[in-house]
Design a protein around this ligand. Structure first.
Ligand code: ADP
Ligand code: MG
Length: 925
């Protein structure tokens, strides 16, 4: 390229650049990304006749801001072919640190080794380092030195980490952001190139070199699935590329893309690196192979160049992109117009451990032929030439002269970020080599690359993605079509069904509405009825409520009444009442007992009266019955007679009517005949007949009158008789009632009498022997005797009353009764009376002794004998009666009794009587 056409290109490029600015968003004016993407619009910017890597020196006075026009003027043909706009690389003053495209150069001094420490002890240092101001002073001779500025100055004590961060880290970051990068070590053999770049640091992690550290950083960043890391490791020796990962591949060719001008080594083994350990293994293998190859070829490793290529591929996502943007301000990836097209950043990092830069003795003293030596140095020499050309802004850069310069085409004057570390030894012995190395570095610092984001549309993955989408959508469309068709059919079917059901529903609705109208009428009627019923129920309800209120009030009153009456009062009253009642009952019993004897008499009398009355009733009944029968017969006769008479009367009445009719008829005839006067005789006859008839009629009427009177009489008699019969019946009923009353009274009296007998009997039993018997008293308990005494006193009182009311005489009279039962009862009463001293006199006076003795003598009844002897025994307690008894022969009678009866009780009574008779001592039996 000549300077004459460069100005023409410059002006056209400027014009084009202005045009582009109009299409770019204002935020990205002249950004790198706008020129780095493979957009067709950029093709027009490329000047014709540009070299694959254009190298032109920029005049120092030219402002760096005009880089775009400079780059365009230096565009290479290869750039044009590839369609990728590449700004022309340029050399510039290394003072300008702001240009990210400038090749950065650092210097590192190796520490003195043992030998050097000895030999150089007397010599002054060759270099003086000023790391603070990033300067290195090289001693020219004993009196003068020259100062050189570098991007970084590392002393012999600088750590591997510091070197990595100063030299390699910015480049590694660039690679991760999609920029190509190159890290290269240049220097004399033994100055520490391999140590700086390729030290694995297996035993000491602090010694790890740039390769390991760079991969470590890349792999950390590549931990996400969207980044892939691959490496190849090659050795270049004597213009032969050997694969260090597959040593059998010993002559690998370099491929250059005709369109893009990109250089590649297709034959090299590419290993996908998973992690750092994996990389270390691979690197070790490479190192081992390098050593083995050098041994085989009888060479030194210092003669070969080792090139590690790291391929980083990052698929761009929104998130990743955002992260990337924030990390790298330079990187402004083009996002315009991509509309979801996937993008990928493919960047490449070259780490090159160059062969020693010292001059090889062309004489071949080290065992190599001159020709060989020429080849050994070719690549390095060529690199030097290229660097020189680039630094000087030469129009021709001899890139194609060696394989090394071809491989490093992008690193110097290309689009990569390049960092060069030059290593120097401290020894003054290697003054020339050190100076040469420093000068190499100084020249390299002048080179400015046009860094470019290696981002492109990932059409492959886009294509795959789109194909998948198309397939998916096609299937979906088919499915949808099918679904739509079936839905259509379904809807049509439903529509038909709906139409049918609608018609049906309409019909139903009409029917229903008619029915409802009817129903409505009916319900209205029903409602009215119900309302009426309701009103009725309501009235009833009101009534019921009133009643309930009334009842509640009653209940309340009743409750109050109940509450006011005191229970105790009631109890007291009740007990008093009961006591009274008990007293009354006792009184009654006594009365009853007293009356019992009286009643018996009355009973007898009543019995007689009753039997008489019953007889008369019977007779009356019979008579009544007869009378009634006669009455019925008479009534019947009279009734039949009356009926006959009535019939007769009626007949007569009819006849009289007929006669009257005849009479009237005759009268009419008479009047007629009077008029006619011829019929007078007939009239007289008829008049006679009429008179006769009239007489009959009158007599009949009289008779009827008489009959009627008779009838009335009879009726009157009948009524009278009926009344009599009724009176009789009433009287009969009354008598019947009286009889029943008397019978019940009698049975009551009998019962009372029986009870009294039992009591008397018991008393006797208990007394065993009246008075005189001392044993019986000893047998009874005090309590029992008291109870007995009580009952006896009661009995006695009863008897006394009986005696007063009935009279002893009457009782004694009853003893003489023919009825045995009466006798028994009477003798029992006497015996009881005789137990009382007050009664004894009375009994004796009334002839009781005689009566009893007579009874003992005459009666055969054992009860009579027993009770009578008991009575005598009682009477024998009295002195007067004792005499009387003795006088009347009572003792003999009693003595006879002993032979007459076996009854022990009777015998006891007899014995008691005799004992009492003997008790006064006067009598002797
Ligand atoms: P080159 O690769 O340039 O031929 P080497 O890396 O092989 O040089 O280094 C030569 C020797 O010097 C090695 O033994 C190495 O360990 C040592 N060396 C180089 N640089 C350093 C350093 N900065 N610190 C310590 N030792 C170093
Ligand atoms: Mg080495």
């Amino acid at each position: 390229m000549t300077s004459s056409n460069s100005s023409a290109v410059r002006s056209s490029a400027k014009h084009a650049a202005e045009r582009i600015q109009q299409h770019l968003p204002p935020s990205n004016p002249g950004s790198l990304s706008s020129s780095s993407l493979n957009l067709p619009a950029r093709a027009s910017l490329i000047a014709p006749g540009g070299a694959p890597i254009s190298h032109s020196s920029r005049p120092k006075d030219r402002p760096s801001s005009s880089a775009s026009s400079a780059s365009i003027s230096a565009s290479s043909p290869s750039t044009r072919r590839s369609g990728t706009p590449v700004r022309r690389s340029q050399s510039k003053d290394f003072d300008d640190d702001n240009d990210p495209g400038r090749v950065r150069v650092s210097v590192r001094v190796r520490p003195r080794n043992g030998e050097e420490l000895k030999s150089d002890a007397d010599f002054a240092d060759l270099v003086e380092l000023q790391p603070e101001i990033k300067r290195l002073k090289l001693r020219k001779n004993n009196w003068s030195s020259e100062s050189y500025r570098f991007d970084e100055v590392f002393t012999d004590t600088s750590s591997q980490k510091r070197v990595y961060e100063g030299v390699a880290k910015p480049v590694v970051e660039g690679v991760l952001n999609g920029y190509n990068g190159t890290i290269m070590a240049y220097g004399q053999t033994g100055t520490g190139k391999t140590y700086t770049v390729g030290k694995i640091g297996k035993d000491d992690a602090a010694e790890r070199g740039i390769m390991v550290r760079a991969l470590e950083d890349i792999l950390v960043s590549a931990s996400s699935a969207s980044v892939s890391v691959e490496i190849s490791y090659l050795q270049l020796y004597m213009e032969t590329i050997q694969d260090l990962l597959a040593p059998e591949r010993s002559n690998i060719s370099i491929n250059e893309d005709a369109k893009t001008g990109e250089v590649s080594v297709p034959g090299a083994t590419v290993v996908n690196i998973q992690d750092l350990d994996h990389f270390l293994q691979v690197l070790q293998v490479g190192e081992a192979n390098r050593h083995a190859a050098n041994t085989k070829m009888n060479t030194e490793s210092s003669r070969s160049h080792a090139i590690l290529t790291v391929y980083v591929r990052r698929a761009m996502h929104e998130k990743a992109e955002t992260g990337t943007k924030s990390r790298d301000k330079e990187a402004k990836p083009e996002s315009l117009g991509d509309k979801g097209i996937p993008r990928v950043r493919k960047s490449k990092l070259l780490i090159v451990d160059l062969a020693g830069s010292e001059r090889i003795n062309k004489s071949g003293t080290d065992g190599h032929l001159i020709e060989e030596a020429k080849f050994i140095n070719l690549s390095l020499t060529s690199l030097g030439k290229c660097i020189n050309a680039l630094a000087e802004g030469s129009s021709h850069i001899p890139t194609r002269d060696s394989k090394l310069t071809r491989l490093l085409r992008d690193s110097f004057g290309g689009s990569a970020r390049t960092s060069l570390i030059i290593t120097i030894g401290p020894s003054a012995r290697y003054h020339a080599e050190t100076t040469s190395t420093i000068m190499f570095g100084q020249r390299a610092m002048k080179i400015v690359n046009m860094v470019k984001l290696k981002e492109e549309f990932d059409y492959e993955s886009l294509c795959r993605k789109l194909e998948t989408q198309v397939d998916h959508l096609t299937a979906e469309v088919e499915r949808q079509n099918k679904l739509r068709n079936s839905e259509k059919h379904e809807l049509e079917k439903r529509l038909r069904e709906c139409e049918n059901s609608f018609a049906e529903a309409e019909k139903n609705a009409i029917t229903r509405s008619k029915f409802l109208e009817k129903e409505n009428g009916r319900l209205e009627l029903r409602m009215k009825e119900l309302l009426k019923d309701l009103q009725l129920q309501k009235d009833q309800c009101d009534l019921m409520r009133d009643k309930a209120i009334q009842l509640e009030m009653n209940l309340k009153n009743t409750k109050q009444q109940l509450e006011t009456s005191a229970y105790q009062e009631k109890l007291a009253d009740a007990s008093q009442v009961y006591e009274k009642k008990i007293a009354e009952l006792v009184q009654k019993v006594e009365d009853e007992q007293a009356r019992s004897t009286n009643a018996e008499h009355q009973l007898e009398e009543m019995k007689n009266v009753l039997s008489n009355q019953q007889k008369s009733i019977h007779e009356q009944e019979m008579g009544n019955y007869q009378y009634q029968r006669e009455l019925a017969e008479t009534t019947y006769t009279y009734e039949s007679k009356i009926a006959e008479l009535q019939k007769k009367l009626e007949d007569e009445h009819d006849r009289s009517n007929a006669a009257e009719e005849q009479l009237r008829q005759m009268k009419r005839n008479i009047s007629d005949r009077q008029v006619l006067s011829q019929e007078n005789e007939e009239t007289n006859e008829l008049r006679r007949k009429l008179e006769e008839l009239t007489q009959i009629y009158e007599s009949t009427v009289d008779e009827l009158q008489t009959v009627k009177l008779d009838y009335d009489d009879l009726l009157h008699q009948k009524e009278k008789l009926g009344e009599e019969v009724r009176d009789m019946k009433e009287r009969l009923l009354l008598e019947e009632k009286q009889r029943k009353q008397m019978e019940s009274e009698l049975s009551k009296l009998k019962k009372n009498l029986r009870e009294s007998e039992i009591v008397v009997e018991d008393k006797r039993m208990k007394e065993d022997l009246p008075k005189g018997s001392s044993e019986s008293g000893a047998l009874t308990g005090s309590q029992r005797s008291q109870g007995l005494k009580k009952s006896l006193s009661g009995q006695r009182a009863t008897m006394a009353r009986l005696c007063e009311e009935v009279g002893v005489q009457k009782i004694l009279h009853l003893i003489k009764s023919e009825d045995v039962e009466v006798q028994i009862q009477a003798v029992k009463v006497v015996a009881n009376l005789a137990a009382e001293e007050s009664n004894q006199v009375k009994i004796v006076e009334e002839g009781g002794v005689e009566a009893l003795l007579m009874l003992v003598q005459s009666s055969q009844n054992s009860t009579i004998l027993r009770v009578a002897s008991g009575a005598i025994a009682n009477l024998a307690m009295n002195e007067k009666s004792q005499d009387l008894i003795m006088n009347k022969g009572g003792a003999q009678l009693l003595a006879k009794m002993v032979t007459k009866t076996d009854d022990p009780q009777t015998l006891r009574m007899v014995a008691g009587a005799l004992a009492n008779l003997c008790g006064n001592g006067e009598h002797e039996i």
